[in-house]
Design a binder for this molecule. Structure first.
Ligand code: TEU
Ligand code: CA
Length: 572
């Protein structure tokens, strides 16, 4: 397998609005990030992915960009950015930017022009269509509820927006638009940024005939975007972007893709295809969705489904593409609450177990801010306390308009699934507002900050923080963690997540208990005399043939003898 720095790296995702406020206006900012670079350096990460920091009216917290070459006032200015990049680079930390080019803000100069008249030079930068006999051009729905089309009086046409009506979709079939996007990308790369995370990049190509989505029925919630993803020219445009821009720089690329079947993913990430290096696929983020209400649910995923999904991605991409590994991000609830167990007695154990399981799979691991200290979901009592547009719109739709669920049911779903679970301010210490700001924070601080915070983690040698630090160190030390091949173990077990990795003469075994039960096991590896415990979340002594609640064990065998590998070294 070809060696690349971005395969060896660990990425840390920063949601700037909630990371650290340096000037006490209640909003996180670039200087705040600069103040915390030492902290990130201590953790040992290699790359920072910044959620959008560009000028934006913040209808969707920066995912609605009004100027791609300006920094949002809330976050600082270009000098702050330059300083951040320079200081990060001094510490050997790279920075990748969010590239949001499926849509812009309706306040972007292109759209302001575009909506003026049908003959405007920018008209075709967006997707404008006539209504269908007084109705919407077709039945597509927005991700944030309601039709994906908004009528504009000035020209008596509708424009497409797969997200909010303040996020009009760009028309990638327009060559001029594509070349402007490439110029903008070069602007950031020439500045020295180290790559891009590309927002919903598999949705840039729409079928020009805009056919109705046959899957949408009146009663069923979701949206049409699954139908729109991976459109006719998606690969052609990404390949062109690679040729025109990406291939000229040594950078990292990760395409965010909701609704991406494996066959498509192989094309996007295939090392021979010159498109992207890896993608964020969403499959394991949606296994707990409800067939009717989509993400608005509070059922925990079944471990076998989770394993099957992740195993499939490991097996299918192996040797062809490359996986990105993540348990959570700014669009998803906190992983310790969702996949682990955030009750006080299990929070630390299960957070470490999740970290181990993820970081030892094949792929590039991503840590979402606060994950490294085990931050949890937030449970606010009133819908008015929430900020996220997706959450607020869904509440309106499901509780107020359709009357299909009660307030109290919806609040339970929100507590489980809302994006705002991940967007509460970072918990730095036990002082007021968790040390995030001295004034009123833009969004509620989780009240558990008195116990769960960075300062406490740094003072506790057994903390989740130091465990992540150790995992990152192991990755630097053992090539097998990066380049070893993957093989599932004990596949049908509904409580244990186990797999092995192999590189040359070494083998690594990862065995994780996803439950709060004590489980008896029978893995051959535990009888092997030559194994050594690389890392685990219970101190010594390690109990053979037993997994305690949320226990994880990683064994390494340096020199495989034919004897020790028979039967995969595993389970009788
Ligand atoms: O997310 C893609 C996306 O489809 C999400 O809206 C997703 O469906 C939703 O968050 C599930 O809860 C990206 C960004 O990560 C997200 O923050 C943006 O809101 C969205 O694109 C629009 O730019
Ligand atoms: Ca600020």
């Amino acid at each position: 397998m070809e060696k690349n720095w971005w395969k060896e790296a660990v990425v840390y995702q920063i949601y700037p609005r909630s990371f650290k406020d340096s000037n006490n206006d209640g909003i996180g900012d670039l200087q705040g990030i600069i103040q915390k670079l030492d902290y990130l350096d201590k953790l040992g990460i290699d790359v920072i992915w910044l959620n959008p920091i560009y000028e934006s009216p913040n209808d969707d917290n920066g995912y609605d960009i009004s100027n791609y070459k300006k920094i949002m006032n809330d976050f600082g200015d270009m000098n702050d950015f330059n300083q951040l990049l320079e200081e990060a680079h001094k510490k050997n930390i790279k920075i990748i930017m969010d590239l949001v080019v499926n849509h812009t803000s309706d306040e972007h100069a292109w759209f302001i022009e575009s909506r003026k008249d049908k003959n405007n030079a920018y008209r075709d930068y967006y997707i404008w269509k006539d209504g269908d006999d007084g109705n919407y051009p077709n039945n597509w729905q927005s991700y944030f509820n309601g039709p994906a089309w908004t009528y504009d009086e000035t020209t008596n046409q509708y424009y497409l927006h797969l997200f909010s009506e303040k996020q009009p979709d760009l028309n990638w079939d327009n060559e001029q638009l594509r070349s402007e996007v490439y110029d903008m990308m070069r602007y950031w790369l020439d500045k020295g940024v180290d790559g891009f995370r590309m927002d919903v990049i598999n949705m840039i190509s729409k079928d020009p005939n805009i056919p109705d989505d046959p899957n949408i029925s009146q009663n069923l919630e979701p949206n049409s975007a699954s139908f729109i993803a991976n459109g006719p020219n998606a690969h052609r445009y990404i390949n062109e972007m690679n040729k025109e821009v990406l291939s000229k720089y040594d950078v990292m690329t990760v395409g965010e893709m909701v609704n991406v079947p494996i066959e498509e993913a192989l094309k996007y990430t295939g090392s021979e295809r010159n498109e992207l290096q890896m993608i964020f696929q969403w499959e394991h983020m949606s296994l707990d969705y409800d067939p009717i209400r989509g993400k608005w649910n509070n059922q925990k995923v079944n471990l076998r489904d989770l394993k099957e999904s992740l195993f499939k991605w490991q097996e299918k991409l192996q040797g062809i593409g490359w996986n990105s590994l993540y348990w959570n991000n700014h669009d998803n609830p906190r992983c310790v609450s969702r996949f682990g167990d955030d009750r006080p007695e299990y929070r630390k154990l299960s957070a470490k177990m999740l970290a181990t399981t993820l970081h030892l799979l094949q792929g590039t691991p991503y840590i979402y801010q606060g994950e490294e200290i085990g931050m949890t979901n937030i449970h606010l009592n009133h819908i008015e306390q929430y900020e996220d547009i997706e959450t607020l719109n869904a509440y309106k739709e499901l509780v107020e308009n359709k009357n299909s669920i009660t307030n109290s049911q919806m609040m339970k779903y929100i507590h489980f699934a809302s994006r705002d679970n991940a967007r509460t301010p970072m918990q730095w210490d036990s002082t007021k507002n968790a040390g995030f700001t001295d004034s009123t924070p833009w969004f509620v601080v989780n009240e558990n900050y008195k116990n769960i915070n960075v300062e406490a983690s740094l003072n506790d040698s057994d903390s989740i923080f130091y465990y992540y630090q150790a995992l990152i160190q192991l990755r630097k030390q053992y090539e097998i963690i990066v380049y070893g091949s993957f093989k599932a173990i004990d596949r049908n077990n509904s409580k244990i997540f186990a797999f092995e990795r192999t590189l040359n003469e070494s083998k690594l075994y990862v065995i994780s208990n996803f439950t709060d039960e004590k489980i008896n096991t029978n893995y051959r590896i535990e009888q092997n005399e030559n194994k050594k415990l690389l890392i685990g979340n219970y101190g010594e002594p390690i109990l053979k043939n037993t997994l305690r609640p949320y226990e994880t064990k990683v064994y390494l065998i340096d020199n495989i003898t034919s004897e020790s590998v028979d039967n995969n070294g595993i389970q009788s």
